[in-house]
Design a protein around this ligand. Structure first.
Ligand code: PEP
Ligand code: MN
Length: 338
């Protein structure tokens, strides 16, 4: 349920409502917008139904939220959320670009990648130190040493670091090095992990599960917000369908849907979304045109030598061209590359 306060409601009215709700043993989430404050209430339906809130001073209306996700919904927060990642915004008028190799492979490879993506205008360096590989014999990542290299690349370039955390035990360690925690497609419904990053103070990039519906994805984000972490951005990275020409089917309608039902920003990863480097540029342009707040792009100094995802990784030159092309689309929409 949400309680919509009147635009001119006084602080004392708000305090009284919050007191009444918390005394009933319910959890309160405040959304203080420019126009009015909205109070989200989470808890047992029966207790909520019995609360005589509508009659309290300062209350405009009480609305039942029927969807199973609440805090992520636009009903709870009508204005777009802007996520702050160490001074860089995701979700404002800018387009945030996260780029870099699939995996951190070596100091040389990472520093070179970081310089390339920085030069081309990205704000974030991506790169996995822990890799969720289909085969246990495939390169699994450099683990903590990879995290140290990411931090070193941040020192070198000023780029923010986004990297995947695969399990609950590693949340603390990855948080020491990363600016933003990535939840990968394979972990989108790892509810313990979602709760753990929800308790951390780092912004979270929540990738869509490869067979997840949009409603399941929204509920996954709800787990994180429900633990108190509101700094969450979605990342559409393609879903598995009958089509096997591409690695996944990039669902760009998800961008428009998420924008309609949620206040959280959404970025698009056309690299995993297609699996084919030739499709990355056209799909990146389409993503921006569809309203995405950013892009995640795999870039490698030498894709032919990459230890993972070479076929979908852009060369430095292709990435530069992608940045120029997407900037042109962004400008048409009144947006800029952040
Ligand atoms: C990645 O971004 O490196 C990755 C493994 O992506 P996904 O979880 O979308 O497969
Ligand atoms: Mn990859």
């Amino acid at each position: 349920m949400i309680i919509v306060m009147q635009p001119n409601a006084e602080q004392q009215h708000l305090d009284k409502v919050v007191k009444r709700v918390t005394e009933a043993g319910l959890k309160v989430h405040l959304s203080e917008g420019k126009q009015r404050t909205i109070i989200g209430i989470i808890g047992e339906k029966r207790i909520i139904a019995e609360l005589p809130i509508a009659a309290m001073s300062g209350v405009e209306k009480v609305v039942a939220v029927t969807a199973s996700y609440k805090l992520v919904s636009r009903e709870f927060k009508p204005e777009d959320s802007i996520i702050q990642v160490g001074g860089i915004e995701i979700g404002g008028s800018g387009i945030a670009v996260m780029a870099g190799p699939c995996a951190v492979e070596s100091r040389e490879q990472l520093m070179e990648s970081a310089m390339i993506v920085k030069q081309a205008g990205a704000q974030f360096l991506r790169g996995g130190a822990y890799k969720p590989r289909t085969s246990p014999y495939a390169f699994q990542g450099l683990e903590e040493y990879g995290l140290q290299l990411l931090a070193e690349a941040r020192e070198l370039t000023g780029l923010k670091v986004v990297t995947e955390v695969m399990d609950v035990q590693s949340v603390g360690l990855v948080s020491e090095y990363a600016d933003m925690l990535q939840i990968g497609a394979r972990n989108m419904q790892n509810f313990q992990l979602l709760k753990a990053v929800g308790r951390s103070n780092k912004p979270v990039l929540l990738k869509r599960g490869m067979a997840a519906t949009i409603s399941e994805w929204l509920n996954a984000a709800e787990y994180i917000l429900n633990e108190g972490n509101y700094n969450v951005a979605f990342c559409e990275r393609g879903i598995r369908t009958f089509e096997d020409f591409t690695r996944n089917t990039l669902d760009l309608s998800a961008v428009a849907i998420i924008k309609t039902v949620s206040h959280l920003p959404i970025i698009v990863d056309p690299s995993h979304g297609t699996g084919l480097w030739r499709l990355v540029r056209p799909m990146a342009k389409a993503a921006i045109a569809a309203g995405a707040d950013g892009l995640m792009i795999e870039v490698h100094p030498n894709p032919a030598e990459a230890l993972s995802d070479g076929p979908q990784s852009l060369t430095p030159q292709n990435f530069e061209e992608l940045m120029a092309e997407t900037a042109a689309i962004a400008a048409v929409l009144g947006r800029r590359m952040a």
